[in-house]
Design a binder for this molecule. Sequence first.
Ligand SMILES: *[C@@H]1O[C@H](CO)[C@@H](O)[C@H](O)[C@H]1NC(C)=O
Ligand SMILES: *[C@@H]1O[C@H](CO)[C@@H](O)[C@H](O)[C@H]1NC(C)=O
Length: 194
Amino acid sequence: MRFSFPVLAAAILPVALGATFNVTIGAGGQLRYSPETVTAAAGDIVNFIFHPSSHSATQSTFNQPCVPLASGFSSGFMPVASETGVLPMFQVTVNDTTPIWVHCEQTGHCRSGMVFAINPPASPDPESFSAFQALAMSGQTASATSPGSSSTTSGSSSTTSTGYPQKTASGASKQSATEILGGLVGAMLVAAVL
Ligand SMILES: *[C@@H]1O[C@H](CO)[C@@H](O)[C@H](O)[C@H]1NC(C)=O
Ligand SMILES: *[C@@H]1O[C@H](CO)[C@@H](O)[C@H](O)[C@H]1NC(C)=O
């Protein structure tokens, strides 16, 4: 079977010509993302632009708005001294239209409502953006369990106003990767000596 050029072009171009959405973080000293939601298609890019003083764009889940998703993305903290310099950016490629929930890991910011979503369900839905933001500001987590999150549940409920346990959680996975690497290097050195 042969495909005509227009069919091939239609299959390739949507990814190649994906839209880019600029989202500012902390502009004007506000603990907000702007805009707070984006409706994006697969292949689109969300370009986070960081304002002073130090924020992050960290993926979470609807049920636990202020807890980093272990397998999710994070910009890490982006310290910015002044509005007048070049502002750092962090890009996320949207791969499908599943809702993506994001928060700022800086202490107290998520609790202040500093959250963001890509493709959230529209407003009457129980998992709308406004419901997500309200949950973040309540300091609670949704009672429905989210898969794979049980290990961080106690940390999030007792320390919603601090990013410390969250940082520990993400640091732990990086650490183990480093340890594995260190172990490999060590093994190679031993092999070289022998
Ligand atoms: C997004 O921000 C970048 C960096 O400031 C800028 O160059 C670009 O023009 C912006 N794009 C849109 C669509 O506003
Ligand atoms: C989309 O896929 C790329 C490549 O696998 C990955 O790096 C990126 O984190 C994914 N985007 C999201 C929002 O998960």
